[in-house]
Design a protein around this ligand. Structure first.
Ligand code: NI
Length: 173
């Protein structure tokens, strides 16, 4: 396993639409292992492959708070149905470091996906897991949570991150 670099806004790569995984093989499992290690180290509770520069429809999530890890792997996730009722969480994102905002999303979603072994599965998620899954599926479409905010708030965040990036680059160079 290896820790990979997480891309941050405004990297245009994050806006790419990720491609379907044709075959769940060892290469994909290695990708998921790396994603999980990168996510734990960050730390975060969800990560999409595009965030480490791989435009494939692969997501990892772990909501466990205890020592014992409970990783979830979703390959080619598709939403079958979403609830009409929304819930609101204060969201952040490893690709939008240090920024948080309230986002409304359907509080339940029913998805189909392939698991770590390439088996077709379905899951009815609610609450935090449903929000997390929808946030990650958005990444596969090139969507970030800041896209749901007002133009003013979004521009403010993007500007702030762009400035931080410039400073960081200066130090590195
Ligand atoms: Ni995110």
């Amino acid at each position: 396993m290896a820790i990979r670099k997480i891309l941050t806004e405004p990297d245009p790569f994050l806006r790419q639409i990720s491609l379907e995984v044709k075959k769940v093989d060892n290469e994909i499992r290695k990708l998921m292992d790396d994603m999980l290690e990168t996510m734990y180290e960050a730390p975060g509770i969800g990560l999409a492959a595009i965030q480490i520069g791989v435009p494939k429809r692969v997501i990892v999530i772990d909501l466990s708070k205890e020592e014992e890890k409970k990783p979830l792997y979703f390959i080619n996730p598709e939403v079958i149905v979403k609830s009409e009722n929304n819930s609101t969480y204060e969201e952040g994102c490893l690709s939008v470091p240090g920024q948080f905002a309230e986002v409304d999303r359907p509080n339940e979603c029913h998805i189909s996906y392939l698991d770590y072994n390439g088996q077709k599965k379905e899951l009815k998620a609610e609450g935090l897991l449903a929000t997390c899954i929808q946030h990650e599926i958005d990444h596969l479409e090139g969507i970030l949570f800041i896209d749901y905010l007002s133009k003013l708030k979004k521009n403010y965040i993007v500007k702030k991150l762009s400035k931080q990036k410039k400073v960081l680059e200066r130090i590195v160079v």
